[in-house]
Design a binder for this molecule. Structure first.
Ligand code: MN
Length: 191
């Protein structure tokens, strides 16, 4: 199957000032699109051609894995935001976060710390296991929790291309700003 760049659920200038139009145009328009194009070209004529994106991620390695996982990770990341953000709804995710980290604020502190301390390029993830237990993990490069059988709930992209145009070397400021645009209703629906 041919993979497509999914449409963003908001206009390219809707997340200003947290993520500028310029960053969306490069990060989504160029980087995300390039992963899609590379994936289509790499799987052409291989057994991966007829697999779903998730199946490719679980079965491939090397360049095919890197591009497939980056397509998934970026689609997941960009679909976790909405202009102005939202509050975490009371419900099962909220209760599970409180049970694990004591409070929503404490969870955010731990998640931000994971994102800030990830060395080099990668992703911080909130995931759940098959028992519904939450954890925060760091993945380097194109790392994706699907390969460990974990269910992704939230991710922050901490590759420099995600923030350098807007924040230069200030990764911590980017992470702090991202909280204000998280679509928690969407995130909670993944739990
Ligand atoms: Mn990225």
């Amino acid at each position: 199957m041919k993979h497509e760049l999914p449409r963003l659920p908001y206009p390219s200038d809707a997340l200003i000032p947290v993520i500028t139009k310029n960053t969306i145009e490069y990060h989504y328009g160029k980087h995300h699109q390039a992963y899609v194009n590379n994936l289509n070209s790499l799987i052409s004529g291989t057994p991966f051609e007829n697999m779903s994106l998730e199946e490719i991620i679980k079965k491939s390695d090397g360049g095919i894995f890197n591009n497939a996982a980056q397509v998934f990770n970026h689609t997941f990341y960009f679909s976790s935001f909405r202009p102005g953000g939202s509050n975490l709804p009371k419900g099962s995710l909220s209760a599970a976060i409180d049970a694990k980290w004591g409070s929503f604020d404490n969870f955010k502190k731990e998640f931000a710390n994971a994102a800030a301390t990830l060395f080099g390029s990668g992703w911080s993830w909130l995931v759940k296991n098959e028992k519904g237990e939450l954890s925060i993990i760091k993945e380097n490069n194109a790392g994706c929790p699907l390969t460990s059988g974990l269910v992704p709930i939230l991710t922050f992209d901490v590759w420099e291309h995600a923030y350098y145009l807007d924040y230069q070397n200030r990764r911590a400021d980017y992470i702090t700003a991202l909280w204000s645009i998280v679509d928690w209703e969407k995130v909670a629906s993944r739990y």
